[in-house]
Ligand binder design. Structure first.
Ligand code: GYE
Length: 393
């Protein structure tokens, strides 16, 4: 309970202006020493404006940090984190789950309640309700889609449990229903991939040729799908000679990627580029293309060019093998980033509402040394075995 109230206080601080929370007095009496309802505690604190959780953490006795180090709460002094994970649909997701589990280990002072939602929002909503009931200290949510979160996040908010969103985004009516988000700029990823294709076509003398493009989309309504599809749509809009033959969801899985590609190969015999919205879809698409007797490769007009996102080890290995021509990175190692947010909250510090991760772009050829998107220049890394061996996922 104690932790719950501290958490609500911190969440309220985040929502209120920092001047209201940044006073000097380190008394967290409300938060630490009585049985006030969560509403009372947060209300008083926020209204009083004198209590600084940060001061507490720095030198006080009642700091949330103290709790974490040796408190007496249900988890035996550990910080409990309920993590609602999308599923296990891809190599990216496996790396992401591993990162979260490694970070939020018992040895690091956490009790992690990990829930795999099997790509279903209703399972995520049930998991969050379960976390609320268990009075976890933090809820971490990797949302399957952007919409549909208002009710359950309001419930977490009312219970005084800070919610950290990771990876994909939520689209909610009130911003203070979550404390912080960390993830990727998915539209930028799409724009980078398309800038690469544009530069590659130019560099190989095919800049004015017609390009027939297939988009194997991710899970419809997921930020990663929305952003990557939007990046492609904008590029198609900007190129008279680029044509989107079809966009269909491969649900970020290899099996579905293969299925979609198989059926599209029957429909179209003039596909130039397959824009797969993740590596696993690309693996499935490659299998389908090869089974249909066509070639994946780098020659526009002769091969089918497979583009992908994530840049997992297996994805970059396919770049090295010449099967994927360009792979735009999406970094899954969010465990330490979420932990940093939690540590700051524990210390009563302000956290950034939204944090974007820096990401690279990889290609199988040296034709395009760098690309430009919105006036920013991004180097393109040519994949070698050394590059792959030097990466963590
Ligand atoms: O690209 C894909 C996974 O949301 C960024 O989800 C994530 C995406 C990732 O299934 O492989």
């Amino acid at each position: 309970m104690k932790r719950k109230i501290v958490a609500l206080f911190l969440a309220t601080c985040m929502a209120a202006s920092m001047t209201a929370c940044g006073g000097k007095d380190a008394s967290t009496d409300n938060a630490s020493s009585n049985n006030d309802t969560a509403d009372d505690a947060a209300g008083d604190d926020a209204a009083g404006g004198d209590d600084a959780a940060g001061d507490d953490a720095a030198g006080g006795d009642d700091a949330a940090g103290d709790d974490a180090a040796g408190g007496d709460d249900a988890a035996g002094g550990k910080i409990t984190v309920g993590f609602s994970q999308v599923g296990a649909e891809s190599d990216w997701r496996t790396a992401n789950s591993a990162s979260m589990k490694e970070t939020f280990s018992e040895a690091n002072g956490y009790e992690l309640i990990f829930d795999d939602a099997q790509q279903k929002q209703e399972n995520q909503i049930a998991a969050i309700r379960n976390f609320i009931q268990q009075e976890v200290d933090y809820i971490v949510l990797a949302p399957v889609t952007e919409t549909g979160w208002d009710t359950v996040l309001q419930e977490a908010y009312d219970a005084g449990i800070p919610v950290i969103i990771v990876d994909r985004m939520v689209n909610i009516s009130k911003d203070d229903l979550y404390t912080a988000w960390v993830g990727s700029n998915f539209q930028l990823e799409g724009e980078k991939a398309c800038a690469w294709l544009d530069a590659y076509a130019e560099a190989t003398g095919k800049g004015s040729e017609e390009l027939n493009i297939i988009d194997i989309q991710g899970t419809i309504g997921a930020s990663a799908q929305i952003g990557r599809t939007a990046g492609l749509e904008a590029a198609i809009e900007a190129h008279d000679n680029w044509k989107l033959l079809e966009a269909q969801s491969g649900e970020f899985t290899q099996a579905k990627g293969q299925e979609v590609m198989e059926s599209l190969l029957k429909q179209y015999d003039d596909i130039d580029v397959v824009y797969c919205e993740n590596d696993n879809e690309a693996f499935g698409a490659i299998d389908a293309i090869e089974a249909a007797g066509k070639t994946v490769g780098k020659e526009i007009g002769k091969d089918i060019l497979v583009m992908s996102f994530d840049s997992t080890n297996a994805g970059l290995t396919d770049v090295l093998n010449g099967k994927i021509i360009c792979n735009t990175e999406c970094n899954p190692l969010h465990g330490p980033r979420v932990e940093e947010i939690i540590k700051k909250l524990e210390a009563g510090e302000e956290v950034e509402k939204q944090q974007f991760v820096d990401e690279e772009i990889f290609a199988g050829t040296e034709d395009v040394p760098s690309i430009k998107v919105n006036d920013a220049e991004y180097p393109v890394t040519t994949v070698t075995q050394e590059v792959i061996d030097g990466r963590a996922y």
